[in-house]
Design a protein around this ligand. Structure first.
Ligand SMILES: O=c1[nH]c(=O)c2ncn([C@@H]3O[C@H](COP(=O)(O)OP(=O)(O)OP(=O)(O)O)[C@@H](O)[C@H]3O)c2[nH]1
Ligand SMILES: [Mg+2]
Length: 198
């Protein structure tokens, strides 16, 4: 079976990606499982650029097919911030809890109808011959007034989805994958791989 390396150090992403790709016709491998421990600098100015930077770097080292996920949260009231800075906007070493707290403080007193937000996930795939493509998935919701739920990771406890009347951290993982930015992007990625390369 061909190897397919996932260029991320985020455990939450790795768990979700392996759950969603459980029937995938490649051997899905984390960076850790192929012995790479590297912090890749995200110097791009878009999700697409950063996803390609991460996938290209691991492809250069391994020569295998590599995918990377660059994702984040765009908050309307903050004109799209934290966006590509979602992992780092409260400092490089801030915990998920600290990031959620900082975001809630920035939206203090902002009424619910002005708290619209979306999760964005861009996936880049780079092939051994250097060709590549990107796909994008989004998930619309609101930033809640307080954290709820213990599933998922990152901003999930404060990302409220009105259709389901719960945060993505209150959803069972299968439900989150059905509606999430990452679920959508990964399904587009599989379609694209089937169309072009399998
Ligand atoms: O609640 C969440 N549910 C999600 O489904 C989700 N997807 C992304 N995020 C947040 O956005 C940052 C991405 O930053 P990011 O793409 O640079 O990833 P990262 O730095 O964590 O790992 P890497 O893949 O770069 O190694 C992450 O840290 C998370 O805080 C999410 N939060
Ligand atoms: Mg990152």
């Amino acid at each position: 079976m061909k190897k397919f390396i996932v260029a991320t150090k985020n455990k939450g992403k790795i768990n979700e990606i392996s759950e969603i790709l459980k029937d995938f016709p490649y051997e899905v491998l984390s960076m850790e499982s192929v012995g790479i421990n590297l912090d890749i600098e995200e110097t791009g100015s878009t999700f697409e650029e950063n996803a390609l930077i991460k996938a290209r770097e691991i492809n250069r080292i391994t020569g295998e097919i590599v995918m990377a996920d660059d994702s984040g949260l765009e908050v309307d009231f903050l004109n799209g911030a934290p966006g590509i800075y979602s992992a780092r906007f409260a400092g490089e070493n801030a915990t998920d809890e600290e990031k959620n707290k900082k975001l809630l403080n920035m939206l203090n007193d902002v009424p619910f109808d002005k708290r619209g937000a979306r999760f964005v996930c861009v996936i880049a795939v780079v092939f051994p011959d250097g060709t590549s493509f990107t796909v994008k998935g989004t998930c619309e919701g609101y930033i809640s007034h307080e954290p709820k739920g213990a599933n998922g990771f990152g901003y999930d406890p404060i990302f409220y989805v009105p259709e389901y009347q719960m945060t993505t951290a209150q959803m069972a993982s299968e439900m989150k994958h059905m509606i999430s930015h990452r679920g959508k992007a990964l399904r587009l990625m599989v379609n694209e791989l089937q169309k072009r390369y399998i």
